[in-house]
Design a protein around this ligand. Structure first.
Ligand SMILES: NC(=O)c1ccc[n+]([C@@H]2O[C@H](COP(=O)([O-])OP(=O)(O)OC[C@H]3O[C@@H](n4cnc5c(N)ncnc54)[C@H](OP(=O)(O)O)[C@@H]3O)[C@@H](O)[C@H]2O)c1
Length: 331
């Protein structure tokens, strides 16, 4: 994969990156997650699985790795992989996130899997924890799922602390979620400390079903921010796995275009995101090597105007998308 610069930062990334949301903890919302992990939750076994998938990603040319404090042992697995493979800071680009606290205690089912708290106390504590696990490898530190409601973008104590971290050389970013991603991105674009833009990178959900943040992501890119795209397979809904009867018509359209472009459903869905000129990195969330390899084939798909036209009707309202996502079962 040809590397590119992440926004205006001196960080090089691959067009496809990998995220550890499904690799770092027993429970997650992706369709079929329990099957993916073969219901083997022994810590050493899950670490070995994560390392095998990370090896396959590295061999496939992936050079951006995305973790978070709330992904259970995701940062620890990534840290031990970097060390055991002899990778030095700068050999790959590493991003992580603060603001969600993992509360599932290594269980698949839990009353609460993660608790969001965008406070100064959590930032300082989690920065220390991320540093201990990733050290000098940690290039990008992102607010996890910033929303207008969390108030983090008007919390001056937090913003000042982020500016202090930025002055130590780590790039500062944010991830957004929910039906109002675009409004949060717009507010982030206006967020300055001492006249300087604070945020160098935004991570947002964009896929063939949820396109509402596209204009704001393009504005962020034009303003020199890095743009990382997450949930590009809609947590598995844009894969062969989605047998939901009310999705059958859309699945038929996906199949027809995948056949025409000689690819798979996930390859097609990923290619549709790679085709967005403002996408710096498109994240694979694969927890199985064969899924990762299938995802990487999206690089060879010749997405075109016909695919754009034939699949435009898949787009749904942000409210509908996020309401269905919130019904996805942790498994
Ligand atoms: N708020 C945030 O900041 C936030 C939120 C969500 C995600 N993210 C980031 O984005 C990354 C990716 O997102 P995501 O994992 O949530 O969702 P996603 O990429 O939309 O979906 C991944 C799911 O699709 C499945 N899949 C992939 N290729 C497949 C194939 N060929 N056939 C069948 N199934 C296939 C995967 O199954 P397998 O697991 O079996 O491979 C996995 O269940 C995360 O790891 C994380 O780094 C960030």
């Amino acid at each position: 994969m040809r590397l590119r610069q992440l926004g205006a930062m001196n960080l090089s990334v691959s067009p496809i990156g990998i995220g550890l949301a499904a690799l770092g903890r027993p429970g997650y919302i992706n369709l079929g997650h329990a099957d993916d992990l073969e219901r083997i939750y022994d810590v050493a076994a899950m670490e070995a699985r994560a390392h095998r998938v990370l090896d396959a990603a590295y061999q496939g040319g992936v050079r951006y790795f995305d973790a978070a404090r709330s992904y259970g042992r995701g940062e620890a697995f990534l840290g031990s992989w970097l060390a055991s493979r002899g990778l030095a800071p700068g050999d790959v680009t590493v991003g992580s996130k603060w603001g969600y606290v993992y509360t599932a205690d290594w269980q698949v089912t839990a009353e609460l899997h993660e608790v969001k708290e965008h406070s100064l106390e959590v930032l300082q504590r989690q920065w220390g924890e991320s540093q201990a696990l990733l050290g000098a490898h940690l290039d990008l530190y992102q607010i996890h799922s910033a929303t207008l409601e969390s108030g983090v973008l008007t919390n001056t104590a937090v913003l000042d602390e982020l500016a202090r971290l930025k002055s130590t050389g780590v790039a500062i970013g944010l991830t957004v979620s929910g039906p109002r991603q675009a409004a949060v991105i717009e507010q982030a674009l206006e967020t300055r400390i001492d006249g300087e833009p604070l945020f160098a990178c935004v991570q947002a959900t964009w896929n063939l079903l949820e396109r509402s943040a596209g204009v704001a992501m393009a504005r962020a890119h034009a303003a020199g921010m890095g743009v990382i795209v997450k949930e590009v397979l809609a947590n598995g809904c844009l894969t062969e796995r989605n047998a939901a009867p009310d999705f059958a018509d859309k699945m038929a359209a996906l199949h027809a275009e995948a056949a025409r472009l000689e690819t798979t459903i996930d390859g097609l869905a990923l290619a549709g995101v790679l085709a967005q000129p403002w996408a710096s990195v498109v994240l694979s969330g694969a927890a199985r090597i064969e899924h990762l390899v299938s995802n990487l084939q999206a690089l060879d798909v010749a997405w075109d105007a016909e695919a754009d036209a034939k699949l435009a009707h898949l787009a749904e309202s942000a409210e509908a998308y996020w309401s269905r996502r919130s019904d996805l079962r942790w498994n």
